[in-house]
Design a binder for this molecule. Structure first.
Ligand SMILES: Nc1ncnc2c1ncn2[C@@H]1O[C@H](COP(=O)(O)OP(=O)(O)OP(=O)(O)O)[C@@H](O)[C@H]1O
Length: 266
């Protein structure tokens, strides 16, 4: 079956700043200002319908950056990103506008995804029912609890029926009942053969839900393959990392920063 996501030699470079002055200089100077920092380097991967791919890696390895690039939330610095079909991301930062009401956010997000007014009207009741936030739907989102925000974000993202779904730690917030309902919906998507990317620090969730895994280290792909092969290797690494002395862990982190700080060549 043909691919739904194709990434070729993707890099994401940030400028590191230590003061507001440096941030300002970065905005006004041609070519920017500050030390280069590569959040992602040389990422190439493809995904097909039915692929449920877990992103694993320690804090700062690039999982969210890669998710956001696939979702089209942020651009890659270089390389090519091709997605075929409707893409939808579910993340803790739900991307809702805090000044607008829940209902207005539904309309705005769906309009941005290219739906027509009539289609949105048809989807709205389903989104509201799934989000289960009662009368708050006509209140501004700034009055919502974090659980309510994530429920609304999740409800919109799944009701638009995407071909490619990206789930970034979204199940780690909110109550148990909603987490169960969300998991059920994601398993339905999996059964329908959609392409899913799933970011989690919970290896039990990764092993039970995904059929493939990408192990990211220093913003690079350390391994990509069947979840049964990649995750045990990653768990072995985690065990070793946790067994290191504080000094050894510090050395490891310094090495990570050195590898990501402008030493790579594009
Ligand atoms: N806007 C930004 N400006 C500068 N650096 C950034 C920015 N966003 C992310 N980074 C850096 O890029 C690296 C990768 O971050 P990312 O959030 O993708 O990692 P992660 O694997 O998702 O981490 P975590 O498990 O902690 O969520 C980190 O070192 C982070 O500090």
């Amino acid at each position: 079956m043909s691919e739904t996501v194709i990434l070729e030699n993707v890099y994401k470079k940030y400028k590191m700043h230590t003061s507001p002055k440096e941030k300002l200089l970065n905005l006004i100077m041609p070519g920017g200002y500050g030390e280069d920092f590569y959040a992602l380097q040389n990422i190439s991967l493809t995904a097909k319908p039915g692929d449920v791919i877990g992103f694993v890696g320690v804090n700062g390895s690039g999982k969210s950056t890669l998710s956001n690039i696939i979702a089209g939330v942020i651009p890659a610095t270089s390389g090519t990103v091709k997605t075929i079909g409707q893409t939808s991301i579910i993340a803790i930062q739900s991307g809702l506008n805090h000044q607008l009401t829940g209902r207005e956010n539904i309309e705005l997000k769906c309009l941005m995804l290219g739906f027509k007014k009539k289609e949105i009207q048809a989807m709205e009741p389903e989104i509201i029912e799934f989000a289960d936030i009662g009368k708050f739907i006509d209140q501004p989102v700034k009055k919502y609890s974090s659980g309510m925000k994530s429920r609304l974000g999740f409800a919109i993202s799944v009701t638009v029926n995407p071909d490619i779904l990206i789930v970034d730690e979204a199940l780690s917030v909110g109550d148990k009942v909603f987490a169960e309902k969300s998991k059920e919906r994601m398993f339905e998507f999996k059964d329908q053969g959609k392409t899913i990317f799933f970011v989690s620090h919970n290896m039990r969730d990764i092993k039970s839900f995904c059929n493939k895994a990408v192990w990211l280290e220093y913003g690079e792909i350390k391994d990509f393959g069947p979840v049964k092969e990649v995750v045990p290797e990653y768990e072995k690494f985690l065990k070793k990392y946790k067994a290191m002395t504080k000094e050894e862990q510090k050395k490891f982190r310094e090495e990570v920063i050195r590898k990501q700080s402008g030493l790579a060549t594009i």
